[in-house]
Write a protein that binds this ligand. Sequence first.
Ligand code: C5P
Length: 268
Amino acid sequence: MATAAIKWRAEVACKLCRNAAVKTKGQWLKANVKVMAKDVIIACDFSSKEQTLSFLDKFTGRKPFVKIGMELFYAEGPAIVREIKARGHKIFLDLKLHDIPNTVRKAMSVLSRLDVDMCNVHAAGTVDMMRAGLEGLTREDGTRPLLIAVTQLTSTSEERMQKELLIDATINDCIAKYAENAKEAGLDGVVCSPLEASLVKEHCGKEFFTITPGVRFADSSKDDQVRIMTPAQAREIGSDYIVVGRPITAAEDPVAAYERCCKEFLNE
Ligand code: C5P
């Protein structure tokens, strides 16, 4: 990518820093949230530190935003987060917390010390739980990473949601309500399928982030993803961050695949 484009994106990211104030149970919680520019997040779904670092070693120029999920975190612990952060990558720590509010508050307080850029909770944990997570994540100086909510997992069908979870609503109504709850709790956005991004924006406004997995190039394999969009389509429907795994990690030339993704999604 051209240096000018990198510089432009860095400037946009800086301008987007904002102060947010959220009313929690006991107090107004002021947070200095660094809102980053739209980006491509690589899902580093590897099981070991060696595999992950050897993959990231390929990126000698630009440092991609990476997602660390449960598999890698449980295998390697917080040290892998510190190591990737020290290499200059932004990190989305995808641990999807869901527990009683007190436990989530304390767990988030521990995660806030890892200096990640984004982390998440399940919206199904209720507004109180999401608020508690936000409180825990907010450091004493008011700074915190972005906090986003998982609405309904894309692996949950409407039929299973209704029959097994006894949620008597359409999946779209459920996603819209969970996103509204996340907004009410003061969160910054939700993870959703690209097909749901416009629904979320309609209900929660343009500023409310949508982070969308299920992205595939027009000419690449779908793998096990069903509801997919290309990076360009994800940009057109207003997705803020796309999470892309195998189209990049399993590509013959991962750096070229990443650059292609950035080109299509960011219109560079
Ligand atoms: O390899 P692929 O591009 O399908 O990876 C997508 C990533 O996004 C994986 O880490 C997957 O766990 C995650 N994800 C998803 N669908 C969701 C939430 C997360 O695919 N609803």
